[in-house]
Design a protein around this ligand. Sequence first.
Ligand SMILES: *[C@@H]1O[C@H](CO)[C@@H](O)[C@H](O)[C@H]1NC(C)=O
Ligand SMILES: *[C@@H]1O[C@H](CO)[C@@H](O)[C@H](O)[C@H]1NC(C)=O
Ligand SMILES: *[C@@H]1O[C@H](CO)[C@@H](O)[C@H](O)[C@H]1NC(C)=O
Ligand SMILES: *[C@@H]1O[C@H](CO)[C@@H](O)[C@H](O)[C@H]1NC(C)=O
Length: 502
Amino acid sequence: MKSSQALMPTLGALLSFIASPALALDLLPIEAPQAGLDARAADYSALNLQSVETFLWGGSDTINTAIANLTVYMNGKEENILNLERFKDLVTSVKCAEKSTTLTLESDDAFAHLMEAWDWTNQHENNTFVLIAGSGQCSSSSKRQPYIIESVEYDNTTNTATLNGAQSDWKTVAHTYDLHVGGTPSSKLAQRDYSGSYALNFTHTINFGKWAFDAVEGVQITAVCNDCYTTGEFDFNFDIKTVLGIPDGASLTLNPKGVTAVVNPTIGLVGKLSGSKSFEKKFLTIPIDGISVADIIELGPEIAFKGSLDIGPLKGTASVTTGVTLTINDDADFTLDLLSPSDASANGWAPEVTGDDTTITAMISGGVSLGVVADVEFDISVLGKGLSAGIGLNPLAGVLLSAIDSSAGACADDPEHHQYGVQLAPYAGVYLQASVSDVATVTITSETISLPSTCTGFGAALTSGVSTTVVPTTTAVPTPSGSVIPSSSAAINRRAPRPTSF
Ligand SMILES: *[C@@H]1O[C@H](CO)[C@@H](O)[C@H](O)[C@H]1NC(C)=O
Ligand SMILES: *[C@@H]1O[C@H](CO)[C@@H](O)[C@H](O)[C@H]1NC(C)=O
Ligand SMILES: *[C@@H]1O[C@H](CO)[C@@H](O)[C@H](O)[C@H]1NC(C)=O
Ligand SMILES: *[C@@H]1O[C@H](CO)[C@@H](O)[C@H](O)[C@H]1NC(C)=O
C-alpha cells in the first residue's frame, strides 16, 4: 500500500490544477468611528497616539459577506500608532508624500491638542509612530496606507503639522497583531455593517465521465458515477496572533451547513486479480471565491474531487452498482490549530450514512470500494507568510462479493434455487481528515458500517432443494470447486479506509 505521504501532492501541484482562478471577495476598509465629535465639550482625544488600534474590513457580493479585523499592538516604549480615520472630520487637508505628510486642522483648539499629543515624537530621536491613512485619504486608492513618522513640525499660524517619515507597508509596521477573517461577524459593529456570512460553496456535481484503466495485465476496471454530488456549504473563520513577528497562535474553524455527499458508482470489473490494489485519480479542482484584504491577507480556498478505488482479489466479469449518502450534522465544528495540528478539535462529525441498494450483473467474487474524496483546501497568505490547511471528506461505498456454487441452491432465499450466486456484503463509510501545509494530517472521523447483505442467483434454476448436476449457462462465470470462494473481503471490511491525500 502506498504511504499517505507519497500520495500527497505538493501545494504547487495542487495549485497547478486550477484552470481559471476564482475571483476573490475584496474586503474594503470599514472606517473607524470618530471619537468625541458628538460630545458637547470639545473632545480631541481622537488625536492621541495609541498603543493599540483595530482596523476592520468588510465586503460582500450577491451571496457572501465577510469581515476582517486586524488589531495592531504597539507595546514598545518607542512606538505608537495613529489612525487618521478617527479624526478625519477635524482635518481640512492631507497631503501625503514618500518622505513627509502634511495635515491641516480647522480648529486652533484641536491643533493645540495635537501639538501636545504628538510632542512625544520629538522628545526622543527613537520615538516613532505609525500613521495609517484611511481609504482615499492620501490617494484615490481604497487601501489603508501606513507611514512611519519620526518627527513632527508645527505651524500654529496655519494649524499645519508636517510629519517627517517614510511611507511603509503593513508587513513592516505590524509586528504584533491579532487578525480575524471570517464569514461570521465577530462583533455588534461588524454585524451592523454586514449581515449574512461568507461560506464556502460545497454544492457541486461530480461528473468524472468514465474512469477506465487496466489494473494489471488483463484486468480492466471502469467506474462511472451515476449521480454523484455534494451539497451545502462550510462557514469558516481564520485567526492568527503574532507577537514580534512570530506567530503565537493560528487557527482555522469550519462549520458545515447542509453538507451532504452522494456517491453512487457503477464499477465494471473484467479479469482476475490475485492481490488487492488501490487507485486514485483527481477529477476536478474547483476554485472557490477567496477573500482578500489589500496587503494584509489572501485566502484562496478550493475544492478538489478525487476518486479512490480499492479492488481485489477479484475473479470474474461483472458490473456492480452501489452507493452511499452522507449527511453531516450542522452542529459539527472543527478547529484546526495551524501551529500545532495535532491539537485539532472536532465535534459532531459522525455522519449519517445511508447505503443504496447494491446490484450485480453476473457471477463474480472479490471486493471493490469506491470513494470520492472532496478536499477543501485553504491557501492562506498573511502579511507575507504562507500557510495552507484543509479538510478532506471521503465518502466511500464498497461491496464484498462471494461467489457461491451449491447444488442445494446458492442463495438461501432464492425461490428458484440457482446453483450459482453471489453473496453481496455492502458497506459504506466516511473518512474525514484535516491537513496543515502538507506536513501534518489529523483524522477527524473514520467510520465504516456494514449494510444488510443480499444474495443474487445466476444461471439455471434448480428444482427445489434437490442436488442435481447443472451446467451453468454462459452468462454465469463458473467458479472453482468449493462452494464458497473465500473472499478476502473480511480484510477489506476491517481495514480503515485508506488515508486520503492532501
Ligand atoms: C536608538 O536606536 C538605536 C538603534 O536602534 C540605538 O543604537 C540607540 O541606542 C537608541 N538610542 C537611545 C537613546 O535609546
Ligand atoms: C504659536 O507658537 C508660538 C511658540 O510656541 C507662540 O508664541 C504663539 O503664541 C503661537 N501662536 C498661536 C497663534 O497660537
Ligand atoms: C477585533 O479584534 C479585537 C482583538 O481580538 C477585539 O477586541 C475586537 O472586539 C474586535 N472588533 C470587532 C469589531 O470585531
Ligand atoms: C455553488 O456552486 C454551484 C456550482 O458551481 C452553483 O450552481 C451554485 O449556484 C452555487 N451556490 C451558491 C450559493 O453560490
